[in-house]
Design a protein around this ligand. Sequence first.
Ligand code: BGP
Length: 477
Amino acid sequence: MSSFVFPKDFLWGGALAANQAEGAYLEDGKGLSLVDLLPTGEKRRSIMQGNVPSLTPLEGEFYPSHEAIDFYHRYREDIALFAEMGFKALRVSIAWARIFPTGEDTAPNEAGLQFYDDLFDELLKHGIQPVVTLAHFDVPVNLIDKYGSWRSRKLVALFETYAKTVFARYKDKVKYWMTFNEINMLLHLPFIGAGLVFQEGENVKQIQYQAAHHQLVASALAVKACHEIIPDAKIGCMLAAGSFYPYTCNPEDVYQGMEKDRESYFFIDVQSRGEYPGYAKRFFKDHGLSIEMEPDDVDILKHHTVDYIGFSYYSSRTTSTDPEVVKNMTSGNVFGSVSNPYLDKSDWGWTIDPKGFRITANQLHDRYQKPLFVVENGFGANDVVSPEGEVNDDYRIDYLKRHIAEMGEALQDGVEIIGYTSWGPIDIVSASSGEMKKRYGYIYVDRDNEGNGSLNRIKKKSFHWYKNVIHSDGENL
Ligand code: BGP
């Protein structure tokens, strides 16, 4: 692979989500958010799929988001470390329930607004651009309780108010925005993706696609408001990407791969091209689904499309129509991917496929012809601190090195990429498991799965490596 220098204005950095980093879950007037109801392990997984036992935290359960890594109080120290690595951007999310604790308060919570003002000021002081997600697995619990979350049209206007409030407040500070994190997760993990809770016997697909429509309209209205309030800002969508490979060249496998890719592209086709694609209309018809729309919806979607395509990439996926192959289905994988015999996996069973990153980036660019922004990529591992107090995470360096090299190849293929914010630049709570031991960071946090530990920060080996990558504009991998 030839050595390649990334553009000078490339946005190198890292990405976090409020609920996985901040903690302080009820501090300064914050309301309860859906992630505050997610404990750890198997229970978490089941709740994420919509089997929610209670809309209040249960006595005796440990909820990782309640304290997380205490970024709420320690962000200055953490941002200084990001600045030391040379970050140009930090992706964070705003916790909706910090701004509107019940989601429908008549006025925003000033203390919540002030927190993000201070956070953005601190970033800008270090020359780091805030890249802000409006909803990263985040709905105020009151809206779930009262309206059933995104299954209700009510959420569209409430979200619009929230979006307008933060655009107006941070218009001089934030120039990169994103609407819904991994919007396609709504289909795979409906509670964490959209706050959906299902009752026995309900038509789950009908509810999911109606909720998806509401999110898509809300996303378009946020794009509209952002363009009006901050004309020099860019606002994007955010897809959990990773193309499907057919397991064989049997056309049945190839066709199934295309269909599975479209399950995800569906959202971005609407957000970027501005209309429901033909294959989606056919899918609704074939499954007897009818999506309720208001008369203006078609126009809203058409006229307020996103400026860039934000996406996460962790691995490619593989699909097969052969029942024998499907038997080997990777357990716990929300996309229903079968194992790819050519590729290794992480300890959590996530396939490692750097070439797939280049393929996915090319496909997204071919399809949408808009700039891409890689807003998540990384390697979750159970790091160990040596007796000397070091974390030698060579496996992480190896993963990132190979992925960044393929991103360089994609750029040389003509794919326009604005930046790269790797996931969890400091260890945070894992979204899927709630564990602390699944770590992504360049910075180690002394915290275990049960919430014990000093919360002290330690630079890992990858800290020095990533610093060098950024300083050399991606030439020294
Ligand atoms: C994405 C989410 C993140 C995140 C990441 C890694 O799906 O947008 O919130 O955590 O994946 O996943 P995990 O934490 O489960 O390893």
